[in-house]
Design a protein around this ligand. Structure first.
Ligand code: AMP
Length: 193
């Protein structure tokens, strides 16, 4: 895996463990030589992750709509800051540049981004694996809700099983690599869109 798209909160939240987690993930990805693609902000968990990676010498690509540069405080120290015109374009640019996608703790934006790439994978629009870093059980209630939807027959169990989930980064990377190794050719072209 050359580059990982990381979706995570633009704010800090109440639990300081989340900031430490985000910084640690950035640092570990840099140590492993895996570049990061993210939303380009310098604040919140997004900023912590980017700074963790940059301090460890990693590659960090930020993608942010022009209209959000001030609102999300675009990070000026990233390896490459790509400006775009819309949220749709932001997600497409991130998806094109990444080999896999993961969600760290986050809110509505994080959920929206990870669910979109996961649903695209279900439809065969791309073959890039998707995962949740369930550190401290942050995503467990969400995953339980998804299991309930699968139990209702409206979400294929195979789609749920296809999601890489692990409580720590090494475990999550291993699960993503496993899916990359067994990836079928994408049905609708190589990129996510
Ligand atoms: P949040 O998890 O709500 O803090 O948001 C995390 C990131 O997702 C922020 O950079 C948001 O700007 C971004 N985001 C929110 N909604 C969307 C969307 N529809 N498309 C792309 N990015 C989004």
């Amino acid at each position: 895996m050359r580059r990982l798209a990381v979706f995570l909160a633009s704010s800090d939240g109440h639990d300081p463990a989340h900031a430490a987690l985000a910084a640690g993930v950035g640092k570990e990805l840099a140590r492993r030589g895996i570049g990061v693609v993210y939303g380009g902000g310098c604040r919140g968990l997004m900023g912590e992750m980017a700074d963790g990676a940059l301090k460890a010498g990693g590659e960090v690509i930020g993608v942010i709509p022009r209209s959000m540069v001030e609102r999300e405080w675009a990070h000026e120290g990233v390896t490459e800051l790509l400006l775009c015109d819309s949220m749709h374009e932001r997600k497409a640019m991130m998806a094109e540049r990444a080999d896999a996608f993961v969600a760290l703790p986050g809110g509505l934006g994080t959920l929206e981004e990870v669910f979109e790439v996961w649903s695209w994978r279900q439809l065969g629009f791309h073959a890039k694996p998707v995962g949740f870093l369930d550190a401290g059980g942050f995503w467990t209630p969400t995953l339980d809700a998804l299991r309930g939807i699968a139990d209702s027959g409206l979400l294929p169990p195979s789609t749920l099983d296809d999601l890489a989930v692990a409580p720590d980064l090494p475990g999550l990377l291993e699960a993503l690599e496993e899916r990359l190794r067994s990836a079928p050719q994408p049905a609708h072209g190589a990129s996510a869109r």
